[in-house]
Design a protein around this ligand. Structure first.
Ligand code: T4K
Length: 379
């Protein structure tokens, strides 16, 4: 074991950080402007650059992804039930519940682990007002089917695209689908603004509403509180980080691709033997390689690896465990067997710009060694 143990800890991710001199230049601007938050010049510049680089119609930035999603649901004045996925981070479900809406969980597809559109229609009732799918690990949902269901039943379609920064489908940004898409710019994401998030949307009427909702509901024209708002503003230090990281993100995604492909190659034998399953990027998609996951063939093996790998200074994560409809805080129906199966058997392995291919090789060696140890203990 000792020859495979990492000297320094290897985490599931590390944040993308610009050269400190570049960030310092932006800090100097903040000092010169004496403007720290509340729709400052760097936030506006950041929004404009994102719009241009990714071909977006409207964008509003926020303090984090979660608040962005809460505000998206609030702005659409939704009521009743929202159909969503149980295989996601707690945020998606909590944003729905936080808006006094009831999440109704539909099961996921077994390939990309996204909300399966074929499971939605049976759950639609006269109380349903929206669908909130997630592009899990950055892999796009079935966009056309989702759009058709939303149109046929007159439902709002809000994508949780927290993982999907930079992803394109048929040459178009993934953020341009649905009524609204939410992105997270959290430190652990492909692209970060330390904390941060954004909403991308088509409808111009939402521009002023989002600006008000992130500022205590105060409208800019009348300076009146017209909505029950939040403090959801992005500050200038976050926008500065975003502006610096925008210059780096394309190269970071290229590095991630090399890592992703190395995992696919190194772990292929284990997949061929049916011991684990990996996700191959979808056709017609420009992926962002945000996460690399393995679904083990048993929960026992997943648990064994999860608790064993830290002995090698290797820290993987259980994205996402358990499924959100099993959180002890709520009492939801647990009738989503595919989500449950995936959630109990999945591990996310390290992937980030700066992780060497040599380290990836070592991670795969550790996994192979420990799967052998697990099997020999079993029989
Ligand atoms: N919807 C979905 C589908 C999401 O996945 C998320 C967030 C949201 C909505 C909400 O967006 P935000 O409001 O967060 O913008 C992390 C993130 O905190 C969370 O943003 C993310 N999803 C979720 C999937 O993962 P944890 O609890 O797993 O993070 P943590 O602190 O264990 O970090 C993971 C590893 O990253 C650490 O082991 C080490 C490394 N790390 C982390 C941080 C924060 C660093 O090296 N440096 C750092 O600064 O939740």
């Amino acid at each position: 074991m000792d020859n495979l143990k990492f000297k320094d800890p290897i985490f599931v991710t590390r944040p993308l950080l610009p050269p400190i001199e570049e960030y310092n230049k932006r800090l100097q601007e903040i000092w010169d402007n004496k403007w720290l938050t509340n729709q400052g010049p760097l936030e506006r510049e950041f929004q404009a650059k994102l719009k241009e680089k990714y071909g977006l119609k409207n964008i509003e930035t926020f303090t984090n992804g979660h608040v962005s999603l809460e505000i998206a649901l609030k702005a659409l004045d939704l009521e009743g039930e929202v159909i969503t996925t149980p295989f996601t981070f707690a945020s998606t479900t909590q944003a729905i519940i936080g808006n006094n809406l009831t999440p109704v969980f539909a099961d996921i597809d077994p390939y990309y682990y996204d909300l399966n559109p074929d499971n939605i229609e049976d759950l639609i009732s006269d109380k349903t007002s929206a669908i909130v799918p997630v592009h899990v690990f950055g892999n796009p949902c079935e966009l056309d089917k989702m759009a058709k269901i939303a149109k046929d039943y007159d439902l709002k379609l809000i994508y949780d695209a927290a993982h999907a920064f930079g992803v394109e489908v048929n040459g178009n940004s993934i953020f341009n689908y649905g009524d609204i898409s939410m992105i997270s710019f959290h430190a652990t994401k492909v692209f970060n603004t330390i904390e941060g998030g954004a909403l991308i949307f088509e409808d111009d009427k939402l521009i002023e509403k989002f600006k008000a909702l992130k500022n205590f509901g105060i409208t800019r024209d009348k300076e009146e509180v017209q909505y029950l708002g939040k403090n959801g503003k992005m500050n200038e230090f976050e926008a500065a980080m975003g502006l610096c990281n925008l210059d780096l993100v394309d190269d970071a995604i290229k590095e991630r691709k090399l890592i992703y492909n190395k995992y696919l190659e190194e772990l292929k034998d284990l997949e061929d033997e049916g011991i684990l399953k990996m996700i191959k990027p979808q056709e017609n998609t420009k992926p962002n390689y945000a996460y690399f996951t393995i679904k083990l063939n048993s929960e026992e093996l997943k648990d064994y690896l999860f608790y064993k790998l830290p002995e090698y200074n290797l820290f993987v994560k259980r994205y996402f465990y358990p499924p959100c409809n099993e959180f002890p805080a709520y009492d939801f129906e647990k009738n989503t067997p595919i989500a449950q199966d995936v959630s109990y058997k999945i591990l996310s392995l390290p992937i980030y710009a700066g992780l060497s291919l040599e380290a990836v090789g070592q991670i795969c060696e550790i996994i192979k060694t420990e799967i052998c140890n697990f099997n020999s203990k079993k029989f």
